[in-house]
Design a binder for this molecule. Structure first.
Ligand code: SDX
Length: 445
């Protein structure tokens, strides 16, 4: 045997560390699938040619084992409870950074130099006002409309006002659209709140920081001067940082899929807001408060723990469990500490809901059902307690989540749309419906 043939035979015998072999037991055929290795985390099996090679699809309805894209933005290790934004640990960013600096980092990949941060801050600040005709859109909603319904409608309507950025094919247009969306979503959110309580809209102020401006637009009234509490500004800025991005979660995947068709960025972000609203996702923070209010007293915790374990009862312990984190959600750990600090600063450290939440967490984390399934408190478990103490109504909690996640959605959209190999996302299916059959006329049915 020639040396070349021997080398090929040896390579065949010792599978390459960069392939996985799939064998079809029916035909006996074997298929080598390429393996790709990331900087961190699981390697991936490249199945892009699987259908053409085998005539078969993979099957993963909730994407439990599927990587939908390559990304450099956020890394999560669910086993270790690690969350990195462009490589920086979330705990350090929450302690040392600001939301706008984190927004720059997520969008651009590096922490900004002073001049870059100043320029970025000016760009965002200068886009915080809303077109006056967009403001009129609010009049079409009932006053008791859920603010998330208003957010979906008004953010989507932005695509009717900024046609110069509706395609995103041009790098300048892309980043311009991202800046506009990041800047205006807080204004839209605050206006949704003001509209729901019948108070006049408050215009943004360019002399305030992003967090201060949000509190100003939310809580100031024309009748008196409003002073931003620096502790609350710091707390909301941290909450924005903690919620800014989270890899390929349901709403981010929605934004990417919508964007893959070339839909304009405003419509894509509106689709992300719609998906985030669900109680299994970003709507959980509002559901946690409603659950704690329903439990009402520590004595009733066992009753609700029992319900959460009952397969015949749709009730789940809101704010517990996570598709990726099988350990403490690192964001929940930061928020848990913040909850104490904020409530203490506000002089309500004996907030009954916080004490109820801590007791619920203690009991759940000792219960074999939760321990065996590695169900820990997630980001939504504590955020609502802090937001409620700060004066936000529960209906605003997911809106605040959306304000923060808009940065992550924009960063992920820019990354996706900038990829020259980007194609429209179009999953297939396992068809279990009726085989072909002839039409039956009405008279013969
Ligand atoms: C967010 O993906 C992200 O990154 C999301 C997010 C982000 O930043 O974008 O982190 C934000 O959405 C946080 C999650 C907020 N949702 C909630 O708090 C709602 C309550 N949690 C559950 O609905 C649930 O835990 C999910 C939806 C979060 C995760 O569900 P999975 O991964 O599909 O897990 P599963 O439903 O398969 O549960 C596994 C088992 C099941 O029991 P068995 O069938 O094995 O017996 O755990 C049970 C579930 O019944 N279970 C729960 C539970 N969560 C899971 N049982 C009681 N209470 C719960 N909360």
């Amino acid at each position: 045997m020639s040396a070349d043939a021997a080398a090929k035979a040896k390579a065949k015998a010792e599978p390459s560390p960069d392939t996985v072999t799939v064998k079809d037991s029916a035909s006996g055929k074997a298929f080598d699938l390429p393996l790709h290795h990331g900087t961190l985390g699981p390697s991936v099996i490249d199945i892009r040619k699987l259908y053409t090679d085998t005539g078969m699809f993979t099957y993963d309805p909730a994407f439990m084992s599927t990587a939908s894209c390559e990304s450099k933005i956020t890394y999560i290790d669910g086993e270790q409870g690690i969350l990195l934004y462009r490589g920086y640990p979330i705990e350090e960013l929450a302690e040392k950074s600001t939301f706008l600096e984190v927004a720059y980092l997520l969008l651009n990949g590096e922490l900004p130099k002073p001049a870059e941060l100043s320029d970025f801050t000016t760009k965002i600040t200068r886009h915080t006002m809303l077109h006056e005709q967009l403001a009129r859109l609010y009049q079409g909603f009932r006053r008791d409309a859920h603010p998330m319904a208003v957010m979906v409608g008004v953010v989507g309507a932005m695509s009717a006002f900024y046609s110069d950025e509706t395609h995103g094919q041009d790098p300048e247009q892309r980043i311009g659209a991202a800046h506009r969306i990041i800047a205006k979503v807080p204004t839209i959110a605050a206006m949704a709140y003001k509209y729901s309580i019948g108070q006049p809209f408050v215009y943004p102020r360019n002399d305030l920081t992003f967090a201060e401006n949000f509190l100003h637009m939310m809580f100031s009234v024309p009748a008196e001067e409003y002073r931003v509490n620096p502790l609350l500004a710091r707390a909301i800025d941290d909450i924005f940082i903690l919620h800014a991005d989270h890899e390929q979660n349901a709403s981010t995947s929605t934004v990417r899929l919508a964007g893959s068709s070339g839909a304009n960025p405003f419509a894509c972000i509106a689709a992300g807001i719609a998906c985030l609203w669900g109680p299994a996702h970003g709507g959980a923070n509002e559901a946690v408060i409603n659950m704690l209010k329903e439990i009402g007293d520590k004595s009733r915790i066992p009753e609700f723990i029992k319900r959460a374990k009952d397969k015949d009862d749709p009730f789940r312990l809101m704010g517990f469990g996570h598709r990726v984190y099988k350990n403490f959600d690192p964001r929940a750990a930061v928020l848990r500490r913040h909850a104490h600090d904020v409530l203490h600063e506000l002089g309500i450290e004996h907030e009954p809901l916080l004490e109820l939440a801590l007791e619920l967490e203690r009991i759940a984390l000792e219960d074999p059902y939760f321990v065996e399934r590695r169900l820990y408190p997630n980001v939504d478990f504590y955020s609502g307690i802090i937001l409620r103490a700060m004066g936000f109504p529960p209906s605003l909690f997911t809106v605040i989540f959306a304000v923060a996640r808009t940065v992550g959605w924009c960063a992920q959209w820019v990354e996706m749309i900038s990829d020259p190999s980007q194609k429209i996302g179009r999953p297939r299916q396992l068809y279990t419906g009726s085989p072909k059959r002839p039409y039956v006329p009405l008279a013969r049915r």
